[in-house]
Design a protein around this ligand. Sequence first.
Ligand SMILES: [Zn+2]
Length: 352
Amino acid sequence: LESKNNYIIAFSSLSMAEEITPKAALLKLQEGYARYVSGERTYPMLDSTRREDTAKNGQFPFATIMGCSDSRVPIEHIFDVGIGDIFPIRVAGNVSDIDEIGSIEYGIEHLHTPIMVVLGHTGCGAVTAVVRGDHVTGSIPELVDNIIPTAEQAKEEMGSTFSAELVNEAVKLNVYQSIEDLFRGSEAAVELVEAGELEVIGGIYNLETGGIEWLGKHPQESSILRSIDSEEYVKDGNKFPTIGIVGSLLSPLLLLFAFLIFISKKTGIISLKTKGKLIVSALFMVIAIAVPELIGLSLMGDPEFHISVNYVSLLIKIPLISVFLFGIAVAGSISNGFREHLQKLKIKYGKV
Ligand SMILES: [Zn+2]
């Protein structure tokens, strides 16, 4: 009777598109896992009713889980879940490359799972092969190349003597690497995490005991997300387009316009001597405008800060340009060239 009740409760909570928080989803996983590890699995959601229901009404999994293809890491069994409960991705070495990221995006973005787990495991063959430097052939080198940086990092930390501990350290770093690679390869993952709609966590499954060492979020998650945001900002600059366009285009255009007035013979408002001075002052203006931009670029690490720098740089540029234009007017009015020009105009067109 008890298991039947469990079934009904579980069935009702998993058959519809229902908002579930990342915390609640993790709790669900941990409950299923507790049943597995204590030998009290209920094998839920595996009968014909569930099959027909999900075929007819669609799937609403509550977790996306990427684990190794290793036959000893059966994800659905580990979490004691059934049909339509989780969206699993299995790939040797649980690496986040393009195809895996695409599958993960399907789970987190289209199926809206509030949690995504990268599940590594002890004694992983793919990680072991890379740490040991095994010769691999066929398409395997391309598969395991994601693991190379973590294997190197593990060796830096623990020395390059091959051992089970070294492999397990690499396994852990590889889980973190897969999380980072996911963020760097998936705008959707970054946006969902920043919106608080998704949590991405890691874990290591122990082949022998069936235990899971939960790693939680990537320890540098916030700095990774920040650096990705600023890269995006530099890349498409579309977060605050008006500030960007005004700051980057208007002031140089105004400067160019002013400069053309100075050097143009047609306007005839300045003598050669004045022209030289003005060229120097124009160069100074270019520097004055470039410096705030360069400060902004060097502080790109924090996009919000860059936005405020853009405001500041605009505030600096506008008065500088105004002073510059005012200088033209003064220089023009006092120059002989200007007077001559006026006289020429009078001769040409007569008195106005
Ligand atoms: Zn493995």
